[in-house]
Structure formats: C-alpha cells, structure tokens
Design a protein around this ligand. Structure first.
Ligand SMILES: [Zn+2]
Length: 88
C-alpha cells in the first residue's frame, strides 16, 4: 500500500503548492506599501500622478495594461469584460 500512500501524498503536495502559489501571486499583485518610483517590470519611471492615483503602484501604465490583458487571457474570470465587448 506504500504506492497508494505515496500517490495521495503527491496529490496533497500539489494542492499545497497550488494554494501557496496563488497566495504568493495574490500578494505580489496587491498594492502594498509605498508606490514605486520605477516600474518593477521595465524599470521605466512611473509618473507621479499615477503614483498618487494608485497607492502602492509597482508597474507603469503599459506594463499594467499588459498584465491585465494576460490575466484576462489566462484567468478568464473577467466575464464582464468579454460581455461588454460583445455589446459594443
Ligand atoms: Zn513598466
């Protein structure tokens, strides 16, 4: 029964890793602390107006837009977005 036991453990490990991953990702995307003067993605300067408007901002506008696009493509949970685009 060692095989079966090991299998269960592997599945549990996978679940743990997924949850941990999701938590890490959520944390990295949460605006926290000070706004950054430079984009953490491309190192371009983030305009002061954007920093003031988005507390804890870490990405410049193009990088943020790119990330939002990717998130929609991967996550697919922004259903309202696709519905709106159909109505337009
Ligand atoms: Zn950037």
């Amino acid at each position: 029964m060692a095989g079966g036991f090991a299998k269960d453990g592997a599945v549990q490990d996978q679940i743990d890793a997924t949850v941990e991953d999701a938590v890490k990702r959520a944390r990295s995307e949460l605006p926290a602390g000070e706004s950054m003067a430079r984009c953490s993605e491309c190192d371009n300067e983030i305009p002061a107006a954007r920093r003031a408007a988005v507390p804890g901002v870490r990405l410049c506008l193009p990088c943020q837009a790119e990330r939002d696009k990717q998130r929609k493509a991967v996550g697919g949970y922004n259903r309202r977005g696709s519905k709106d685009s159909q109505l337009r």
